[in-house]
Design a binder for this molecule. Structure first.
Ligand code: VGL
Ligand code: ZN
Length: 212
């Protein structure tokens, strides 16, 4: 689905996890992840309402392969809340890898939402932790501010952007993923699986140019 959208006061852009560890040279680098930085900057300038998210794990987080004996990054384990991919240590609170990319320039962002702090549960989505029931508070923030259309950009397309889009849709927001302002990791076909899931849920796929 390719659509266009005119940006207004009830729209919010959520810029997901544009952090050093998800960019080339980082601990969990998303291929060409840094390419989206100028696109996100230009896109954000068109929105009055912008939220940034930041993956923000304590050392020894459950999602780190290094936390589990005999496990390697990108293996999947059974967590109490379902399958969990194990990652290289990344976005540890207060480290340079957890900082936003130095060229990300969105000074008017109103909220920086940190996620993934609970030691034993991962949090891909900006809205709910991976149990899909523990809220981050973002639904309430958006509703309180009268924001009804959620535009998503950032990293990684097939994890944090995907889960955020799915949750936003489930909560009744109108959702647009700005695909050229995202890059994916692609673990076991996760990029095509994301496109299918989002289309099935009625999430619109647009380009940054189409958000005018
Ligand atoms: C992410 C894997 C682990 C993401 C965060 O931002 O997509 N992916 N933590
Ligand atoms: Zn993470």
């Amino acid at each position: 689905m390719s659509e266009s959208a005119t940006i207004g006061g009830n729209d919010v852009l959520v810029v997901v996890d544009v952090q050093n560890d998800f960019c080339p040279g980082g601990a969990l680098a998303v291929p060409r992840g840094d390419e989206i930085v100028p696109i996100a900057n230009r896109l954000a300038a068109r929105f009055r309402n912008v939220v940034l998210t930041q993956d923000w794990h304590p050392p020894g987080h459950f999602s780190f392969a290094s936390t589990h004996p005999d496990k390697k990054p990108f293996e999947t384990i059974a967590a109490p809340y379902g399958p969990q991919v194990l990652w290289p240590d990344h976005c540890v609170q207060g480290t340079p890898g957890a900082a936003f990319h130095s060229q990300l320039h969105i000074p008017h962002a109103a909220l920086v939402l940190r996620k993934g702090m609970a030691p034993a549960i991962d949090s891909y989505s900006a809205f709910y932790e991976n149990d899909r029931t523990t809220p981050t508070g973002l639904v309430g923030y958006l509703r309180d501010r009268g924001l009804s259309r959620v535009f998503l950009a950032g990293l990684a397309f097939d994890f944090c952007v995907r889960y955020s889009a799915e949750d936003a849709r489930r909560e009744g927001f109108e959702v647009f993923v700005v695909e050229d302002a995202c890059r994916g990791i692609d673990v076991d076909g996760s990029v095509p699986a994301t496109r299918e899931s989002l289309a099935a849920l009625g999430v619109a796929s647009i380009t940054a140019l189409a958000a005018a």
